[in-house]
Write a protein of this length. Structure first.
Length: 131
């Protein structure tokens, strides 16, 4: 069921971006230790550990290796960030702006799908309801 939902989300994200003429950004996740990217040997150790636990190759700890982002995309909070402001598990919103990392190579606005080299600097989300 999870695999079907993930595939559905991927197909729909690409299709909605195509229909609306917005760019789809794909940001790769990467592991760090103490703020530094893991070495090749450490990545091998992580991959071996995941395999021993029956983990999937395309995710770690239930998190995907890639995240698709687009302006206008609906999002849901899955972690209590600021409960006093109703930014908590289950809250919904919409991405209104994606600001790319300054180290990112120049990206053509006509490119429909962009694979980012670095995570975005920040993403602005308008919550449907918050205090």
């Amino acid at each position: 069921r999870h695999a079907v939902r993930r595939r559905w989300n991927t197909v729909m994200a690409k299709e909605r971006c195509r229909q609306k003429g917005t760019q789809l950004f794909i940001s790769r996740a990467f592991d760090t230790i103490g703020g530094m990217r893991v070495t090749l040997a450490e990545r091998f150790a992580i991959a071996s550990k995941s395999s021993n636990r029956g983990g999937k190759q395309d995710e770690h700890g239930g998190l995907p290796n890639e995240v698709m982002l687009a302006e206008g995309m609906k999002v849901m909070v899955t972690y209590n960030i600021e409960t006093d402001l109703d930014i908590a598990n289950g809250a919904r919103g919409e991405i209104v702006k994606i600001v790319l990392n300054e180290r990112e190579e120049r990206i053509s606005p006509s490119q429909p799908i962009v694979h980012l080299e670095y995570p975005p600097a920040y993403i602005l989300v308008k919550m449907l309801s918050s205090k």
